[in-house]
Design a binder for this molecule. Sequence first.
Ligand code: GRF
Length: 235
Amino acid sequence: MARLRIGVLISGRGSNLQALIDAAADPAYPAEIVLVISNRAEAQGLRRAADAGIAHQVVAERDRTAFAAAANGALRQNGVELIALAGFMRLLDTGFVEAWRDRMVNIHPSLLPAFPGLHPQRQALMAGARFSGCTVHFVRTEVDTGPIIAQAVVPVHDDDDEESLSARILTAEHRLYPLALRLHAEGRLRIDGNRVSVAGGTAPDIAALNPLEALASRGGSAIPRAEISQRARRR
Ligand code: GRF
C-alpha cells in the first residue's frame, strides 16, 4: 500500500522530527516523510533531514502570506498529503490553515486545552498541576486548538523545574507523535466537530494518582500533626 506523504515543518532542534524519521524507517510504517521545511536556516532539524536523505528546504520569508505561498508551493510540488508541525514556532496564515484543514496536525507539550501558547511546561508548574503531558491535534486557526487525536500524561514531581518536566514530556512526545500519525495514515480517524474517534482504538481504563495512593497507608504524613495544625492556623 502507498504510504502517506508527510511534510514536516520545524524551527529548531527537531527531536520530534527525528522520532518520526525513526518510525518511518520501518517499511511497515504507513507514512513517509517526503519534505522538511524550516523557517530558520540554523535549525538543527535540517541536519537530521539531511542525514536521513530527506528533501529539506529553508523558507525564511518573514511575511506571513509570503511564507504561506512559498511553503504551499514546496509542499504541493512534493506531493505532501499531511503536514506535521513539529516545534514550528511561527504563526500560520489563516488561508494556509484553511487550505490544509484536517490535513495538518501539531504536537503541543501540555494536555490541551490547558496551557496553550508559549512555555506550557512553565505554565503547568506555575499552576501547580500534578499531571501534564502532550497533545497531538488537528490544526485550526486559533493557536493550539483543534480536534484532539491523542494525548499522553506524565506526572509533575515536587522537585521539577521547567527543564526536568520538559524532558519527561518530550520522551512522551516521541512516542505519541508517531502513534497519532500512524492512526491518521491508516485512515482510522473520524472528526466530528471537536471530537476525534479512532476506529478500533482502545483507551486505557486507568486512573493514575499523583502522589501514589500507597503512600497514605505507609505510616502517614512526614509532617508532624502539630505542625500541620499550626500551618492551618497561620492561613
Ligand atoms: C516540542 O516540545 C513540541 O511539542 C513543541 O516544541 C518542541 C519542539 O521540540 N511544539 P523538537 O524541535 O521537536 O525537539
